[in-house]
Design a protein around this ligand. Sequence first.
Ligand SMILES: Cc1cc2nc3c(=O)[nH]c(=O)nc-3n(C[C@H](O)[C@H](O)[C@H](O)COP(=O)(O)OP(=O)(O)OC[C@H]3O[C@@H](n4cnc5c(N)ncnc54)[C@H](O)[C@@H]3O)c2cc1C
Ligand code: SF4
Length: 535
Amino acid sequence: MSGVPASFDVDWVVIGSGFGGSVSALRLAEKGHSVLVLEQGRRWDDEDFAASAWETAKAQWAPWLGMRGIMRITPFRDVNVLSGVGVGGGSLTWANTSYVPHSGAFYEHPQWAALADWRAELAPHYATAQHMLGVTEPPFDGPSERLMQGLAEDLGVPGSYRTTPVAVFMGEPGVEVDDPYFGGEGPRRTGCTRCGQCILGCRVGAKNTLVKNYLWLAERRGVRVLADRKVVDLRPLDGGDGAAGWAVEHRATPPALRGRVSTVRARGVVIAGGTLGTNDLLLRCRSRGSLNRLSPRVGRLVRTNSESITAATALQPAADYTGDVTITASIYPDEHTHITNNTYGAAGDGNALLFVPLVGAGSRAARVLKLLGAYARRPLRGLRSLNPVGWSRRTIMLTTMQSVDSSLSLALRRRRLWRGSVMDTTSGAGTPPANFLPVANAAAELAARRMGGYAQSTVLDVARGVPSTAHILGGAVIGAGPETGVVDARQRVFGYTGLLICDGSVMPANPGVNPSLTITALAERAIAHVPAKAG
Ligand SMILES: Cc1cc2nc3c(=O)[nH]c(=O)nc-3n(C[C@H](O)[C@H](O)[C@H](O)COP(=O)(O)OP(=O)(O)OC[C@H]3O[C@@H](n4cnc5c(N)ncnc54)[C@H](O)[C@@H]3O)c2cc1C
Ligand code: SF4
């Protein structure tokens, strides 16, 4: 590539194209660096996304089963994790919710409080992230929002209701216009039709995914994005600390024919594989000796938003809680708890199979027994709840998040039936995330009462007895030194030169709100410290 010494193929390699990776690619290119992004998932055009949750091959990522969709579900020992895959990372499946954390518990967490005044430090980067992602607060006011207002009253916190800031081009529904965000340099955009199918990917093109902003602009500045390439190893070129550059090995994403491993030589590397991708890569590189200077803290302080997903479904066949984007409202039952509504519009009937009658606290066995009891007590309702037809229109899913300080660890463990190892959770130094939040069940029951219907738990929560999260964070967290963290306050990996981590894995504390805006702001700040290319 032009301007790069013969010994390097490119100035920077970015591993992963989610929030942190896309910010890194654009900002490094703006500083004059040549950049190659390697992404294990595929590239999507708007019209390729699933039209309904029944199209599992487009909605779910399980490549060994031939499913190369945008959302991956990983069942770990202590938690079920939902994450995004593809060019654009988690932005392909995210529900656009873009909050700036308000809780001091995040900014002043002892893990990083001494390193900066984070609230002040991050404020300008949040503003940039909001502009780049097109965050807006439309006056949502439909049946789902009225339900949330009622729920806030039932929970005794009517004043806590607010509409959600979302990264969506609202415009005129279905009308295509010239780039509304970047002075004409961005793509043409179509106004949101409020179909509610954001988690399936947005076939309209209204959702502000990273391919419509950061990655779009990055590619116009010469960044190359290689899809369907999984990075499998990473090591300093001279075996030292990376000052002499890096070798990044990648190959076609399994189960494609393994083919030849390709190696790209770069001056620097940004690891941005998301919490799961980054921890997996770091743990494997350390175990095979490619990155043996890594902090022993890799895999520690893995957090969730301490979430619980429940749902309420109306029995009345004509009930309809759709008509807006996936998430439109928040309520706050107390200072640590945040509840949002979620819908798939009319396109999520396939998800009915993922929900069962609401089950309370208890071990896995106790919860399964409670579930069987619920079916036995109300067999007719049990049968109706198994009917997916119209379920999506009649259902509001509730995500309850808490800013409590729980944590797990990630580590490699040997496979029982097959060669090699897999990454799994182990108990961390902290309290693991609770597998039952009483307030989440109370909210589902109150919502069901208002809707004239029934409350539900996810089948994964009940069958596995562990919580589910779409917000997995940490494992390569910011710290004062390698004894406490994996990266410094500028997200440079301790022990190495020219190696940064820019994704959710660096988050040192639970933000208590959906994390993508914070991941974006942190990446903006980290790359702001990388010098421009000389000359
Ligand atoms: C259904 C759902 C809804 C969500 N809704 C919201 C929301 O409304 N608001 C919000 O703030 N957050 C939401 N999230 C969470 C959000 O998607 C994540 O927090 C965010 O995407 C994390 O950003 P990241 O930069 O850490 O990495 P990601 O966005 O996860 O991107 C990492 C990328 O790296 C790739 N990768 C990983 N390993 C490798 C490798 N070895 N080689 C090559 N590529 C690799 C992955 O395929 C992926 O594309 C949601 C998540 C899900 C699953
Ligand atoms: S509601 Fe529909 S059109 Fe609007 S952003 Fe979501 S998927 Fe796209």
